[in-house]
Design a protein around this ligand. Structure first.
Ligand code: ATP
Ligand code: MG
Length: 367
């Protein structure tokens, strides 16, 4: 079921367009992540859904009910939208203890005291902050406060949970631990989550779907797997994946009239691809993930030679930096690998793993 629908949402601040024709569907049970660099409109979109901002144009529907309609000025206030929000800058009540902060929403619902206590303690336990239950927010670190804010939002088991960078104050180790907790919570609570982050690896690990923002527009809404394997825009290919994808300028031309095969010339050599690009010739960008190439000590068909520039062991894998003229490439191999510096090698690339992008628009051209 479509739980949240955004249609042609437009939002301006001081005459500047901030959200541009945002179309988005969040289905019941999704863990939807808004991903994109700072200032691209993630928080603003979340605030439009929550009802803290009213769009100038477009429609917001929650559970089939229209809660905002830019043209008709229809507007359902935040408290009546059935959702809970944890802000980027969470605000705990300073005069209440952790226990009281988290219990507040349940007290409003007039639950019996023992039940409130049990629920709050269970939630604090899940977030590893039960020991701090009698402290005041000022006696907690930023990361602990952030977890209290999450506890306060989930303890009432809302139908929709909006989380704006809820892990931003945690150290690297705790961030990774909290990922598993959030994933479990999503399952256990049966909640629909919208989650904001600019951390691509967090987005890939947590989400059922990811919405990639760029300058107020949506570039792609897809599963983490598709986003990684078939990024529809070169900007997404460049943004998703660590180590980064290799991007190479290339040109294409038709091999033989009528055969439907295209020749792509790049620093990798000449590669033939089938049914790819409109007839003619022009510029493209080739993208290939570091793990989608292997190094060969023998020349491979039509492949260009590279030199080993650096070998970077990283425990369970080895990154190998290759160089040919001005072109640098990164290859990732599993396990410990060793190569002689400056020796000449060739690359094996499965053409099906190559992504080809229009040199002008950046749109994906591969089938
Ligand atoms: N109340 C406001 N008044 C004016 N401009 C605003 C307002 N709120 C946001 N903006 C602008 O809108 C743009 C999008 O802001 P938004 O907070 O949605 O970005 P974001 O993607 O959440 O970024 P970050 O990752 O840094 O949190 C920014 O350029 C920001 O300066
Ligand atoms: Mg933000």
């Amino acid at each position: 079921m479509n739980l949240i629908e955004l249609k042609q949402i437009n939002k301006q601040f001081a005459g500047q367009p901030i959200l541009k024709n945002i179309d988005l569907v969040v289905e019941e049970g999704d863990f939807m992540t808004f991903l994109g660099p700072s200032g691209c409109g993630k928080t603003t979109t979340l605030r439009v859904i929550a009802g803290l901002e009213n769009p100038e144009g477009g429609i917001v529907r929650i559970g089939g009910t229209t809660v905002a309609d830019g043209d008709k000025l229809q507007f359902v206030p935040p408290a009546k939208r059935g959702l809970n929000l944890v802000f980027q800058n969470y605000a705990l009540w300073p005069h209440m203890t952790v226990m009281e902060n988290v219990a507040f929403g349940l007290q409003m619902k007039k639950l019996p005291k023992p039940e409130i206590r049990a629920k709050v303690e269970a939630t604090l336990g899940k977030l590893h902050i039960l020991d701090y239950k009698d402290r005041y927010p000022s006696e907690l670190s930023g990361g602990q406060q952030q977890r209290v804010a999450i506890a306060r939002a989930i303890v009432t088991e809302p139908r929709i949970l909006l989380l704006d960078e809820p892990l931003s104050n945690l150290d690297a180790k705790l961030r990774v631990e909290m990922r598993s907790e959030l994933k479990r919570l999503h399952r256990e609570l049966n909640t629909t989550v919208i989650y904001v982050t600019h951390d691509q690896s967090e987005a890939l690990t947590l989400s059922t779907k990811v919405a990639v923002f760029s300058e107020g527009s949506l570039l792609q809404v897809d599963t983490p797997r598709n986003l990684y394997r078939r990024p529809r825009h070169v900007k997404i290919a460049d943004f998703i994946g660590n180590p980064k994808i290799n991007l190479l300028s290339a040109s294409y031309s038709q091999e033989n009239e009528g055969t439907g095969s295209t020749r792509i010339d790049s620093p990798l050599g000449s590669i033939s691809l089938q049914d790819l690009i409109p007839p003619g010739k022009g510029k493209v960008t080739l993208a290939v993930r570091p793990e989608d190439m292997t190094i060969s000590h023998e020349p491979t068909a039509q492949a260009a030679p590279f030199q080993i520039y650096a070998v970077l062991p990283a425990g369970s894998e080895t990154l190998i930096q290759l160089q040919s003229g001005d072109t640098g490439l990164l290859v990732k191999e599993i396990g410990e690998q060793d190569y002689v510096l400056d020796s000449t090698v060739w690359l094996n690339i499965d053409p099906r793993k190559l992504l080809v992008y229009d040199g002008e628009s950046g749109e994906l051209l591969s089938l």
